[in-house]
Write a protein that binds this ligand. Structure first.
Ligand SMILES: *[C@@H]1O[C@H](CO)[C@@H](O)[C@H](O)[C@H]1NC(C)=O
Ligand SMILES: *[C@@H]1O[C@H](CO)[C@@H](O)[C@H](O)[C@H]1NC(C)=O
Ligand SMILES: *[C@@H]1O[C@H](CO)[C@@H](O)[C@H](O)[C@H]1NC(C)=O
Ligand SMILES: *[C@@H]1O[C@H](CO)[C@@H](O)[C@H](O)[C@H]1NC(C)=O
Ligand SMILES: *[C@@H]1O[C@H](CO)[C@@H](O)[C@H](O)[C@H]1NC(C)=O
Ligand SMILES: *[C@@H]1O[C@H](CO)[C@@H](O)[C@H](O)[C@H]1NC(C)=O
Ligand SMILES: *[C@@H]1O[C@H](CO)[C@@H](O)[C@H](O)[C@H]1NC(C)=O
Ligand SMILES: *[C@@H]1O[C@H](CO)[C@@H](O)[C@H](O)[C@H]1NC(C)=O
Ligand SMILES: *[C@@H]1O[C@H](CO)[C@@H](O)[C@H](O)[C@H]1NC(C)=O
Ligand SMILES: *[C@@H]1O[C@H](CO)[C@@H](O)[C@H](O)[C@H]1NC(C)=O
Ligand SMILES: *[C@@H]1O[C@H](CO)[C@@H](O)[C@H](O)[C@H]1NC(C)=O
Length: 793
């Protein structure tokens, strides 16, 4: 072992650490601000949750409510118990919201039951959001606080004293609505127990970006106040009898608003506690989840909150930062980004009604298209056990539903955006040696994506596989009678399928599968849609001066045409249903850079390193780059492949903190389950993964130093800047050492984390020669061919 001397120095190092101003673990949590990204389309979940928790209570608003709450100035409509974070599409979940209020003159029909009637603003500056805790005060003076166990939300509503017109005391009411955030409910049932006040029920809902429907169950109990009355409400009328109700969609799918309520005698302290257990199995399980997780609703609030805080502290503990004088806002953006990578996917083990296998079950892979690039690689270093369980869940889903998920939420199949990117997640886990995964099963699942076309490839597998195998590209207006999906995105699907096939070849080769060469060969298919004389004009007719772009190609081999700037921020938005095009949610300009496995060949094709660098600069500086969406991530760092790692650092600083920062609007786009958070975290740590490969691209951290302890080996990796300057004038690496020895490659492998190596980067104000020569560049598939051939010779 070449690095043993590190251990012999252990005592000195810990002494040194004592002397250095490291942030204590307590401070890491202090820096987390769940409100970052709570407006301007970040769509983050700002409420209380355990890491990967299913229960996610927060205030729901009627504005940007995709993640429940937003600081967009809109009104609160209730407090619900399950959410997703950062997603686009329709608002996700948000079932069975509670809403506390007083009814004028204590007349129940005077209460405001429907969503629009009860909407009410909160006291500005009353919002408190911390890991495991969320609170605000409504403008009527009622205060709501909430915390969470894994499948149980716990609320504390404080009712101010309130008198009716004739001076008698008003009685607090808590209503429950049989709805979700986008009123997707199909039918639902509720029952209210008049003695205990327990409200139970279920409902059928639609997934927010997927096919089919799902059932959700709840069990609500109240504590701390005597029950005066209870019943059900329908539209704006309520009654104490009956105590049960079934609602469905009526004529023309008419949506009926309905639910239950309980009226209390106001206790002296005004506090009424509500405990809501949730489940996807049954109402009984929702009740037993709540009883088990929160046995004493009245006494448990503080304990639950500190349990949640401890869980978050433990999850964040592998990372330590030595700030070196950077602002609290930079620390806050960093730690909050990391925090958000662990809100979803959600651990729903034990809550899967579809099959029961004893394997972990995770949900809210929303979507892998977003998360494979940075989030899953991030979990691999921060929480490899959880990442391994997530991969097992993907494989178990393949086993029981026939396909690896690409996007999955609320037990349903979500819409596929590009390729079958679970293949990349699996290859990433493979090259980083995650343990506990059945690799034979994994390979079978990946090959299934590549070989078998499903009838419905809008939510699983890939489309156009006949053409893919026969013509070696996805044709424009393909003739595909085997399966059905949105027949668009021929360019972005071609480049994604090519990279997916590369991922299969990596695992296949590692497992000794003879057919891996098929996938090596298909991973070159992206070359077949490159039109070497294609030019690109701006909207005003100015020639960008760059020649050679991907273009759509018909079945017969004739080129079609899509303007290379179409679907960029300079032109129009293209998605699955809005303006479907040959590229998905991004332009040909952006997808032109998506050849993660063979950057060397791409650079050659685009005219060599200098031409490539000017094209990448133009892309980032002209407004063509869309920093608000995931396909842009790798392009920030691709200068490394052209031997200009300094320009990657410069580019990262051009976006951070300008477009990623600690403000409530501090995300440029949807966080997408923490995809944006992980982009920020990697960037500030000074390493960026090329997902599916054993490669991290090196740039200087935004702090003096960052330490990452591998939770499996307990080894601590350190990346430290020498000459660190918190105003970021010195952002260029002049030289580097790895465990004290000169290190000139501009990338490093995963051993850095598992073996706990120390990378020291000496910084300066100008670009240097470091990491610029051919031998110092990250690997490309085309150079590994050369190696293979040399090896065989
Ligand atoms: C509270 O904030 C909202 C939204 O920002 C604003 O419209 C409203 O005027 C503010 N209210 C007060 C009392 O400042
Ligand atoms: C919020 O609700 C109040 C009534 O409670 C209403 O006057 C106001 O316009 C609403 N605000 C928004 C942004 O809908
Ligand atoms: C009492 O409750 C009613 C109904 O919510 C509200 O309009 C009124 O402002 C409240 N009064 C006080 C003093 O809180
Ligand atoms: C006050 O009004 C409530 C209902 O609004 C009624 O139940 C109560 O009897 C009244 N009390 C008096 C003293 O009039
Ligand atoms: C509820 O709605 C779902 C979906 O529309 C339907 O499949 C189910 O049969 C309904 N259940 C009842 C009891 O009506
Ligand atoms: C929902 O609850 C009702 C009433 O208890 C019950 O009849 C119905 O079967 C339940 N639906 C599901 C899908 O469990
Ligand atoms: C993975 O494990 C193999 C075999 O133990 C080892 O050779 C390789 O270096 C490891 N790779 C990483 C990235 O740790
Ligand atoms: C065309 O647009 C580009 C980018 O906005 C601008 O730099 C250029 O000056 C414009 N050219 C003309 C002729 O208007
Ligand atoms: C190929 O197909 C396209 C689309 O149908 C058509 O426009 C084009 O003329 C064809 N090219 C040849 C050479 O037949
Ligand atoms: C923070 O980021 C947002 C979103 O990208 C941006 O609109 C805003 O200008 C940034 N704020 C600062 C102070 O840089
Ligand atoms: C890592 O440390 C933990 C806690 O100190 C210990 O339980 C575990 O056995 C250690 N693992 C290894 C591989 O040393």
């Amino acid at each position: 072992m070449p690095y043993l001397h590190v251990n012999t120095l252990a005592t000195c190092i810990s002494l040194l650490q004592l002397l250095q101003p490291t942030t204590a673990t307590k401070d890491d949590l202090y820096h987390v601000d769940p409100l970052i990204g709570s407006t301007n389309g970040g769509n983050v979940f700002a409420g209380a949750s355990l890491p990967y928790g299913l229960a996610k209570p927060v205030a729901d608003v009627d504005g940007q409510n995709t993640g429940g709450f937003s600081t967009d100035g809109s009104n609160v409509t209730g407090f619900s118990h399950m959410h997703d974070s950062g997603t686009g599409g329709n608002p996700s979940m948000g079932q069975f919201p509670l809403f506390p209020q007083y009814c004028t003159d204590n007349v129940v029909d005077n209460c405001k039951f429907t969503k629009t009637a009860r909407a009410i603003h909160y006291v500005n500056d009353s919002v408190t959001a911390r890991p495991g805790y969320f609170a605000l005060e409504l403008v009527d003076g009622i205060k709501a606080e909430m915390t969470a166990a894994r499948r149980t939300a716990l609320y504390r509503f404080t009712f101010p004293e309130n008198k009716t017109q004739n001076g008698s005391m008003s009685d607090p009411l808590i209503g429950l609505d049989l709805t979700d955030s986008w009123d997707s409910r199909q039918n639902a049932s509720i029952s209210v127990d008049s003695d205990s006040g327990r409200i139970k029920g279920n409902g059928t809902f639609l997934p927010s970006f997927g096919a089919g429907s799902y059932q959700a169950y709840f069990c609500a109990d109240f504590a701390g106040a005597k029950i005066r009355d209870s019943g059900i409400w329908v539209n704006d009328r309520a009654g104490s009898e009956p105590k049960e109700l079934f609602v469905t969609r009526g004529f023309n799918n008419f949506y009926l608003q309905a639910g239950g309520f309980v009226i209390f005698e106001r206790p002296d302290d005004g506090v009424v506690t509500a405990r809501v257990g949730v489940s996807f199995i049954s109402t009984d399980q929702a009740c037993s989840n709540a009883e088990m997780e929160v046995p004493e609703p009245l006494g448990d609030f503080g304990g639950l909150q500190s349990t949640a805080e401890d869980a978050w502290k433990e999850k964040l503990s592998p990372i330590k930062v030595i700030p070196g004088g950077v602002s609290d806002d930079m620390l806050s953006a960093f730690w909050s980004g990391i925090y958000r990578t662990m809100l979803s996917p959600q651990d729903m083990t034990g809550e899967n009604p579809l099959w029961d296998s004893g394997e972990p079950y995770f949900d809210s892979f929303y979507c892998l298209w977003d998360a494979f690039r940075a989030q899953h690689p991030f979990l691999t270093i921060l929480d490899p056990k959880a990442q391994s369980r997530m991969v097992r869940s993907l494989l178990d889903t393949f086993k029981h539903e026939g396909w690896l998920p690409d996007c999955r939420m609320s037990l349903c199949k979500g819409w596929t955006q590009g390729g079958s990117n679970a293949d990349v997640v699996i290859a990433d886990a493979y090259v980083k040696n995650l343990t506990g995964i059945d690799w034979e099963l994994a390979y079978k699942a990946m090959v299934n994506d590549a070989e078998n076309e499903p009838l419905e490839w809008s939510y699983e597998g890939r489309g156009g596989l006949q053409s893919w195998k026969r013509l070696d590209y996805i044709p424009y207006l393909d003739f595909d009678y085997l399966g059905f999906g949105t027949n668009s995105r021929s360019i972005s699907r071609t480049v994604e399928y090519a990279y997916n096939d590369h991922s299969i070849s990596v695992v296949g080769k590692g497992l000794g599968k003879a057919d891996y060469t098929t996938y090596v060969s298909r991973s070159n298919n992206w070359k077949n849609i490159f039109k070497d004389d294609q030019t690109s004009l701006l909207e005003n007719g100015t020639d960008t001066g760059f020649v050679g772009f991907f273009q759509p190609k018909y079945l017969n081999g004739t080129w079609g045409f899509q303007d290379p700037i179409a679907c960029s921020a300079l032109a129009s938005w293209c998605s699955l249903t809005s303006n479907p095009s040959e590229t998905f949610e991004s332009s040909i300009w952006e997808y032109q850079f998506y050849v993660p496995h063979d950057m060397a060949t791409l650079i050659k094709l685009l005219g060599g390193p200098d031409a490539f660098v000017s094209r990448l600069d133009y892309f980032h500086e002209s407004g063509l780059a869309d920093i608000s969406n995931e396909p842009v991530f790798l392009t920030v760092y691709e200068y490394h492949y052209a031997g200009r790692p300094a320009l990657s650092a410069k580019r990262a600083h051009s976006y951070i903190p300008r477009t990623f920062n600690a403000s409530e609007n501090g995300l440029p786009g949807n966080d997408d389950s923490g995809a944006m958070g992980s982009f920020l975290a990697w960037s500030m740590m000074g390493l960026f993964p090329n997902p599916g490969q054993n490669v991290y691209l090196i740039t200087p951290p935004f702090f003096e130093a960052v330490e990452i302890t591998n939770p499996e080996t307990n080894q601590t990796a350190t990346i430290r800047n020498i000459n660190f300057d918190p105003t970021y004038r010195n952002i260029y690496i002049q030289s580097a050492t790895l465990n004290g020895k000169p290190y000139s490659k501009n990338w490093i492998g995963h051993d850095f984390f598992t073996q706990g190596l120390t990378l020291e980067l000496t910084l300066g104000e100008h670009e240097s020669e470091w990491g610029t020569s051919k031998e110092e560049l990250p690997p490309s598939q085309s150079d590994s061919f050369v190696h293979d051939e040399v090896h065989r010779a």
